[in-house]
Structures are given as structure tokens and as C-alpha cells.
Design a protein around this ligand. Structure first.
Ligand code: FES
Ligand SMILES: [Fe+2]
Length: 427
């Protein structure tokens, strides 16, 4: 697995098959480089949420594959994703997140850019020849940028498809999250908790919609917290949760099927009684009407991956930075709903319990991911098996659906992964 790989062209149609994936897909430096190019530089990637930069001059720093970028709010109210590289000698223009800025100034020689990345001034301009053209020397923006209900996506090098084509029907997953706000908007302003760990980035999307590991990996969590998931799984009268492949690599564990059949408001929210959320309930009824507000209170948020790097983790928004074949960073924030302080207050506590360093859920997943990465170094088996449930999948509204413990979602993820790795980006 650590053999020199230079000059070796990998055959992704062989390494990624229906129901099994070659181990090198998680460990090879060359695979990692190809993924960064095909998926994180050319493909559509989640960058951030527009509520992180509400005012002109607000900005956040992000990493898209190997490229540092800045997401800014400009004077016209637009959201920009620009490469964090000075057009002079490539210094990173912004090194850390801080106060709102009027312009972006490179700390090396002082070139000045506006919030869209255009070069507006250089110190001592008389030192440059007459044909020095500032309009050609901006910070280079992403080729494509798109916003869906506040979620900002970009393709740095151009994907060849629109954001609408990339998201496909999975916009319904984002809608399911955002519609929980009586104002129809999210406000992500709590900051991001970051875990850096030694595992391939794909362990994250693969694990986040994996229903098979829950009762083993998270056994202590399920018992200690009297989790509603236990009831849900034990209730033989309720519709069981399922996994659903939304196409294009987007996927979910759909607990809502089960919640709907049990018809208990806020069961997804730790079974908090509606009487504890009087203002939220009233605001939802005012915004959506009695029937729809009840439906939203019963079904709750999605548990879904938007390919390749966004996880709508119920009341958390999560995304990933690949670092190398063997290392990645996972970032979390509570999914604050605009106009719903009662929910948001509780959601922050739930986030602390689920994803903080001293919490239950994520530390368990992170340890499993690291062990998984270590296990891949052992020889004897070349392939990772992803065949669970292949024989019992069925179609529902054009989507592949199966038992919640089935690897239908992993297969959907890898199908899109392979498509992107094989796509000709030179066209
Ligand atoms: S590298 Fe930015 S001003 Fe020189
Ligand atoms: Fe987990």
C-alpha cells in the first residue's frame, strides 16, 4: 500500500465497484491527489452558510481541497468565494478570521483588494511599467458559486454542471432542515467546533449515514441517554427507519418515516413536550398553518449527506476538510433556526452532548474512523465490502430505499465518487 505510485494511472472503474471498494481508495496519496482535483477543485463543494457573513465586509476562511479560500460579503450584498492568494507573489491575503473588513490587504507588500477580490491599489505604483494592468491581477474567484437557502456551494475550477443539477432532488433535504425555522432561514453563528483526526475523509460521509454501526458503536450512548432511537427501533407497530439514496451521491437515513407513523410532536428533539416550546409552536402555526406546523413538529430535521462534504446531522450542520489520505478535519455547528430561540437554546445543549470532545456520539465515531484507517494497513484483504442489503433494495418515488442498516447509501456515495473521478474535466 505504500509502494511508489508515481506515473501509475489508477483505474477507478476497477477500484470502485458496486458492493466493494479497493482499500487503496482510502490510503493512497495518488488517489487523494486525484480526488482533490476531481471532486474538491472541479466539483461542487459546500463552502459555508451565508448567515456566517451577514454584513458587508464580513468574511470567513475555508479550505476547498488543497486551496485556501475566503468567503466574503461584498458591498452589493453578494457572497463571494475567492482564492486566498495574492496576485503579486502568492502570499495568503488573510491569515485568520477577525473583524469585519472594508478591503483585503496583503500583509507582505500591501496590495489592496476589494471584497470581490479585484485589485484596487498597490503601494508605490510608479515602480511598475505602463502596461501593468490591475484588472488582470485580482484574487481569483471560484469559477462557479451558488447559494441554496443560505447554503453556499462553489466549484473552484468549474464542474460542467449547474448547482441545481448537482443537488438534484436533494434540495428537499435542505428544505426539510430550513423549514423548521418559522422564518424559513438558518442562522449559523455559534462558530465551528473542529476535530482533526487520523482517518481518510470518506470515513465521515460513509459513517454519518451508516445505520449498521449505531447499536454497537453507540451502545453506551443509547443506554445512557434513554435515546428515542431505542424506542423507535423497538416499536414493531411503527414504520421502520430506512436509508435512501437521493442520487448524485446524496443520501440519508430517514428516521422521519418512523416519526411520522408514531405521530408524536418533537420526538426527534429528545421528546421535549410541545408545552415547553410555546412560542416556537405559535410561530410555526402562524408561518405554516396548523396542519403543516404539526407535520414539521413530527418529522423533524434530516440526517443526510450532501455529496461530498456536507452533513445535515439533524440539529447540527457538519462539513469536512480532507488533509491527506490519512487525515481530515470535521467541523460542527448547531443548526440555529431563525425566529426559534426556544429550540436553539436546547439545540446548543444537545450539540454539546453529541459532538463536543467530552460528548457521547462523535468521539465514538472518531475512534472508529481512526481504527478503520489503521485496519486498512493490515494486508490479507484487498477490498472493503459494501454489499449489505444489495438483495433487498427497492424503488420508491424513483429513489433506491432499503433497511436502515443497509449499505445502500455507501454504494450511492461511491457511484457518484466514481463518476467524478472518471469525468473528463478538460472538456
Ligand atoms: S505578496 Fe501580496 S503584496 Fe506582495
Ligand atoms: Fe456514529
Amino acid at each position: 500500500m505504500n509502494m511508489p505510485e508515481q506515473g501509475l494511472k489508477r483505474d477507478y472503474s476497477h477500484l470502485i465497484q458496486e458492493g466493494k471498494v479497493h482499500s487503496s481508495m482510502y490510503t493512497s496519496d495518488q488517489v487523494f491527489d486525484d480526488e482533490m482535483e476531481a471532486i474538491f477543485h472541479h466539483g461542487w463543494v459546500f463552502v459555508g452558510h451565508d448567515s456566517e457573513i451577514p454584513n458587508t465586509g464580513d468574511y470567513v476562511l475555508r479550505q476547498l481541497g488543497k486551496q485556501p479560500v475566503i468567503m466574503t460579503r461584498d458591498k452589493d450584498g453578494g457572497v463571494n468565494v475567492i482564492r486566498n492568494r495574492c496576485a503579486h507573489r502568492a502570499n495568503m491575503v488573510c491569515g485568520y478570521e477577525g473583524e469585519n473588513k472594508k478591503v483585503l490587504v496583503c500583509p507582505y507588500h500591501g496590495w489592496v483588494y476589494d471584497l470581490k477580490g479585484a485589485l484596487i491599489d498597490v503601494p508605490h505604483p510608479d515602480g511598475y511599467p505602463d502596461d501593468f494592468d490591475k484588472s488582470q491581477l485580482g484574487m481569483v474567484p471560484a469559477t462557479q458559486i451558488g447559494v441554496y437557502r443560505g447554503f453556499v456551494f462553489a466549484s473552484l475550477e468549474g464542474s460542467g454542471i449547474t448547482l441545481a443539477e448537482h443537488l438534484g432532488d436533494a434540495t428537499a433535504l435542505i428544505d426539510r432542515a430550513v423549514d423548521l425555522s418559522p422564518e424559513g432561514e438558518l442562522e449559523l453563528q455559534a462558530g465551528w467546533l473542529q476535530h482533526r483526526f487520523k482517518a481518510n475523509w470518506k470515513m465521515l460521509p460513509e459513517n454519518d449515514c451508516d445505520g449498521y454501526h449505531v447499536e454497537t458503536t453507540h451502545a453506551s450512548f443509547m443506554h445512557a441517554t434513554d435515546s428515542q432511537a431505542m424506542d423507535l427501533l423497538a416499536d414493531t407497530d411503527a414504520e421502520p427507519p430506512v436509508v435512501r439514496d437521493w442520487g448524485n451521491g446524496h443520501m440519508e437515513i430517514d428516521f422521519n418515516v418512523a416519526y411520522r407513523s408514531r405521530n408524536i410532536p418533537f420526538e426527534w428533539f429528545g421528546r421535549v413536550p410541545a408545552s415547553k416550546l410555546p412560542k416556537y409552536t405559535a410561530a410555526m402555526i402562524k408561518a405554516y398553518g396548523e396542519e403543516r406546523a404539526h407535520e414539521l413538529s413530527v418529522t423533524g430535521p434530516p440526517h443526510a449527506i450532501i455529496f461530498p462534504n456536507l452533513f445535515l446531522g439533524e440539529l447540527n450542520v457538519v462539513f469536512y476538510y480532507p488533509v491527506s489520505a490519512n487525515e481530515c478535519v470535521q467541523l460542527y455547528t448547531p443548526m440555529s433556526l431563525k425566529g426559534a430561540p426556544e429550540v436553539n437554546k436546547r439545540a446548543i445543549h444537545q450539540t454539546e452532548g453529541a459532538v463536543g470532545p467530552a460528548s457521547f456520539l462523535i468521539p465514538e465515531d472518531v475512534i472508529i474512523a481512526e481504527r478503520n484507517q489503521s485496519g486498512l494497513s493490515a494486508g490479507g484483504q484487498e477490498w472493503v465490502d459494501l454489499s449489505r442489503g444489495m438483495h433487498r433494495e427497492y424503488e420508491e418515488d424513483g429513489k433506491i430505499v432499503s433497511h436502515m442498516s443497509d449499505e445502500t447509501v455507501n454504494r450511492g456515495f461511491w457511484r457518484r465518487h466514481r463518476e467524478e473521478m472518471l469525468r473528463d474535466h478538460s472538456a
